[in-house]
Design a protein around this ligand. Sequence first.
Ligand code: GLU
Length: 510
Amino acid sequence: MENNVSVRFAPSPTGALHIGGVRTALYNYLFAKKHQGRFVLRIEDTDRTRFVPGAEAYILETLQWLGITADEGPVQGGSYGPYRQSERTDIYKPYIDRLVAEGHAYYAFDTPEELEAMRERLKAARVAAPQYNAVSRAWMRNSLTLPQEEVAALLQSGTPYVIRIKVPHDQDIRLHDSVRGWVKVKSAAIDDKVLMKSDGIPTYHFANVVDDHLMQITHVIRGEEWLPSTPIHVLLYQYLSWEATMPQFVHLPLLLKPEGTGKLSKRDAEKHGFPIFPIAWQDPDTGATAPGFREQGYLPEALLNFLALLGWSAGDNQELLDKEALIQAFSLERVGKAGVKFDIQKAAWFNQQYLRTQPDDKLVQYLQKDLVDYNITATPEKVLRVCQLLKERVTFPHDFWRQGRAFFVAPETYDEKLMAKKWTPEAYALLQALLTVFGELPTFEAEPINAALIPLIEARKLKLNQAMPAIRIALTGSGSGPDLMQSMAAIGQEEVVARITQALERNPVA
Ligand code: GLU
């Protein structure tokens, strides 16, 4: 197996990719890379009623942003193309003909009204799940019930039809899933799914199986929501005599709401204030834009690492794994069965970890961008200094600005609560004295600032927790921030003196 692993990510372009879909793509990618196999991107766009313009481009952009690179796909091509199902219509025809000829599929001419009447009848007979199946097909208008000449005449006259799979009445369908083990499904529980319509366009089930076979896919790694469809696929592999090369199924555990119950939905994400899409998505109908992880400041490496651990573990409690390390460590054996709670705090934690390992010039770029947006000029040294000071405190690139604004802009207001507590006559007098002391310091760096400040505080018998907050509030308007001495050095001598002057003027002590 090791040498010819072939997997595919097969999204339908029906809108933005859900974050769970990104995880599916990632697991396929990691597994392929681990085994030096092929990773195929196939666009499953046969359902034209659900086709959304822009969705394919969105999928491609997402994969590119995250570095989940396909070896074959609609953009780069490959030996098994085309990779868009809408361009493969001719390919499916002989296979459906074969199924019909061999009695595993049949034509059904029922009109929507007739189908509705069937459902009503079954409901009235208290059938729990009314469906077109081995029992009900007997009284419908299909090539199993109608005389052959009539079927031929209907086909001849162009009467619309669908082709359905003939699911056996009473049979156990067994399939092996890497995550779930052996799964047994009674055929009576599944319906005669439509495989193709009269326009020759196949449905998901049929196109999916034919393509997985023709593209020589060895492992079908996809979300658990596809497990109920798998028995149909298994029957198709049997009927097309492709059982010997049927792919191994791997159904990934569900992503659950942060509360831990039920599948994670877009609405849950909205409720908790986090994105569900990898990158922002503009709905072509409403024009509304839904946020993406990228736009919120998630780094692709961090998001990859976070997603990789949603349903898989490296086995040694290791959490920080870059793409290479993930590839090395990845194995299907460590994919879990249980649904995984979506913990956005954890995603943020990963971002923090990756952000702080970025080179300084990268961090400078982040802050510089915001400074430009806010029309602020600062020396490169100062920008670098601020980044270094904040590096351990930020989660997102934009935090450098959010938390570092006070280094560049004098306070407009002063935290009133803190003022009431800390702006004492003693603190005021200390700040007055500091104006001269700071103004005269030959080197305005953390060490000398500290050396000048401490004796002054001690001489005045002030406590550090009285003095320091007063100085900080005079400089920044608020009570929190990184190391105060370093902060003063970063703000700069002239500016520190100017800000103390302003604070004393604006907040006179009675
Ligand atoms: N087109 C399906 C989807 O949208 C693919 C499911 C599968 O991987 O078989 O997810």
